[in-house]
Design a protein around this ligand. Structure first.
Ligand code: TXA
Ligand code: MG
Length: 345
């Protein structure tokens, strides 16, 4: 299959490309499209065969459910059997935007979307191309990140092309994703809201809106083999670069000392602009040390760059587990297969 990349712009040309993409999706096909978080691999969320095609195309484990993307509150409500007051509060505050809500699944939603779970994940994206696409399809668009399973999520059309060239007919190119990490996933199916995946809508913001929020253990720790987890996506070694990634917990001085003691061929550092001249090893930067939003936006492209440059071992300072830092930590600790060393100050 020949994979075309078409630029999306907010004009008549962009609109005709959205119609073309929507046509493919309505006929059961797949299209990669931009969102503010990462690129999605979209299919008709109410068509079981199209949804199954997503799993085949990505090589995604069958038990990892998908998010349905909506363009209105009514569309979101129709996909659930209960849209509680807490969901309304969050939708008012954070939609459209990088927040996914897990709610009881309506019967109209194919079981394939939710990998058989009685719940469904719903999100209203902020990127105008994504919302125009959903509107043109006329129904919910099921979309995981548009990468091959196990690869870093794509934050540009080129990343999608590298992973899915020859497998899908069309990639809509809406530029680089502003957020750069996948949405925050929050379950509202229990008595107390539960954070399943941290993102740029932070735990602190959710607590401010709702009061108490539980953090699922899988956010910070490796689920045990065979354990039943609330968020199936969290049990897989995600975002894995070819290099061995090692998180180093300690202050700046301790980090420099540790890296110097472990110097060698193929050793790279993933750190900040402020570190650029301070270490002899090649450094890939996540942006400024003081701006977690920059780390989030840069992370997945940085992991791909490290692979392209042939990094064998990558040392990364452990980000603080607060605000957007929690989301960056959650992705990094998985890229590192939970390999973190604590260095004395
Ligand atoms: O930002 C995003 O969320 C992007 C863009 C494309 O919207 N999508 C994305 O999808 O990251 P994906 O499939 O890569 O991640 C979906 C996550 C997985 O961790 C999955 O386990 C979880 O959401 N999830 C989906 N449905 C669920 C459900 N019913 N219960 C619990 N977790 C669910
Ligand atoms: Mg993904």
């Amino acid at each position: 299959m020949n994979t075309r990349i078409l630029a999306w712009t907010q004009d008549a040309v962009g609109a005709s490309r959205i119609r073309e993409a929507a046509g493919i999706i309505r006929q059961g096909g797949l299209v990669a499209f931009p969102t503010e978080t990462v690129y999605g691999l979209g299919a008709d969320g109410l068509n079981p065969q199209a949804v199954e095609e997503i799993f085949r195309c990505k090589g995604r484990p069958q038990d990892n459910p998908l998010i349905l993307h909506v363009d209105s509150l009514d569309m979101a409500r129709d996909l659930t059997t209960d849209f509680p007051a807490s969901a309304r509060v969050l939708a008012d505050r954070f939609w459209p935007g990088p927040l996914t809500l897990v709610l009881p699944r309506a019967e109209t939603v194919p079981a394939q979307v939710s990998a058989g779970l009685p719940t469904v994940a719903v999100r209203m994206p902020a990127h105008p191309a994504a919302r125009e696409l959903i509107t043109a399809v006329g129904g919910p668009v099921a979309a995981p990140s548009a990468n091959l399973s196990g690869r870093p999520s794509p934050t540009s059309a080129v990343h999608c092309y590298r992973d899915l060239n020859g497998k899908i007919p069309l990639i809509l190119d809406g530029g680089e994703c502003i957020v750069g990490l996948e949405s925050t996933v929050l379950s509202l199916t229990g008595d107390i809201p539960r954070l399943l995946r941290p993102g740029s809508v932070t735990l602190e913001q959710l607590e401010e809106a709702l009061g108490r929020v539980l953090v699922d253990p899988a956010v910070l720790e490796q689920p045990e083999e065979g354990a039943k987890v609330s968020s199936p996506g969290m049990k897989y070694k995600h975002y894995a670069p070819n290099a061995r990634v090692i998180l180093v917990k300690g202050d700046e001085g301790a980090f420099y000392r540790y890296v110097n003691e472990h110097a060698g061929k193929g050793v790279f550092v993933l750190a900040f602009d402020e570190d650029m001249q301070k270490l002899p090893q090649p450094i890939v930067s996540l942006g400024s040390r003081n701006r977690p939003e920059e780390w989030a936006a840069a992370l997945f492209a940085a992991l791909r760059e490290l692979d392209e440059r042939g990094a064998e071992i990558v040392y990364v300072p452990s980000p603080p587990r607060e605000g957007v830092g929690l989301a960056v930590y959650n992705r990094l600790i998985r890229a590192a297969a939970f390999n973190e060393v604590v260095v004395e100050q």
